[in-house]
Design a protein around this ligand. Structure first.
Ligand code: PGA
Length: 250
């Protein structure tokens, strides 16, 4: 059975003082939790802080992006090896807030996915459709295409022990989460697509749901068969709300 995983995505929030408080609360609230993995993805400058505060706890940490290149003259970029230097074990890839604003192509995202793995990081690949695409009924086609770039270039085996986060763009930061049925149906589609090529990779692939997860809707979502956890934005900035979601997952 796949263990549930709850990932905090702090986005561009926090500072040294507020992070310290929040991480102290995470440690106090979540250290004794069993049967669930907890990860916090912080802005780059705070990786060192996350490392020093979390290194002897059961909470892992990671980043929200990485460079598609391993090293070189790429001003402003951060490589997978640099993330590893700060003890990161996860990295979010292709989040729609980046993919749209910074015009990230599926090809770039695919390269980042394998670049992360090459350095021993677990990629958390975000996929999802817009509201217009859902209303037009083409959400599976859209998400399928996002996965195809990786599947066609690198094969299905790269999804073994990786993480995909289904993040309907219309649900992110809007307070309007997908229903448990909508999410389950897309998660089943994603797992099925990988399973058609590699059953064992599909079985070990964790598929998280992200988009307005809160302590109220977490139960309905997390109980679904193919929902292996959540990627939590806003509610991860509140230690009590994040704790409730982690408890639900556990
Ligand atoms: P949200 O963000 O929980 O604030 O909707 C989710 C995400 O962007 O991963």
């Amino acid at each position: 059975m796949r263990q549930k995983l709850v990932v905090a995505n702090w986005k561009m929030h926090g500072n040294l003082a507020s992070n310290k408080q929040l991480l102290e609360a995470y440690i106090a609230n979540l250290s004794a939790l069993k049967n669930v993995g907890v990860v916090v993805c912080v802005p780059y400058p705070y990786l060192g802080q996350a490392q020093s505060m979390l290194q002897h706890t059961n909470i892992a940490w990671g980043a929200q992006n990485l460079s598609k290149d391993p090293v070189g003259p790429f001003t402003g970029e951060v490589s997978a090896a640099m993330l590893k230097d700060f003890g990161a074990s996860y990295v979010i890839i292709g989040h729609s807030e980046r993919a749209t604003a910074y015009c990230e192509s599926d090809e770039n995202i695919a390269t980042k996915f394998v670049q992360a793995q090459a350095q021993g990081l677990t990629p958390i690949l975000c996929v999802g459709e817009t509201l217009i695409e859902r209303e037009a009924g083409v959400m599976e086609m859209v998400v399928g295409k996002q996965l195809d770039t990786i599947l066609n270039t690198y094969g299905a085996a790269v999804f073994a022990n990786a993480i995909v986060s289904y993040e309907p763009i219309w649900a992110i930061g809007t307070g309007l989460a997908a229903s448990a049925e909508q999410a389950q149906s897309m998660h089943e589609f994603i797992r099925g697509k990988v399973a058609a090529l590699d059953k064992s990779a599909a079985a070990s692939l964790k598929i998280l749901y992200g988009g307005s997860v809160n302590p109220q809707n977490a139960v309905q979502l997390l109980v679904m068969q193919d929902i292996d956890g959540g990627l939590i934005g806003k509610c991860s900035l509140n230690a009590q709300e994040f704790e409730k979601i982690c408890l639900t997952a556990a």
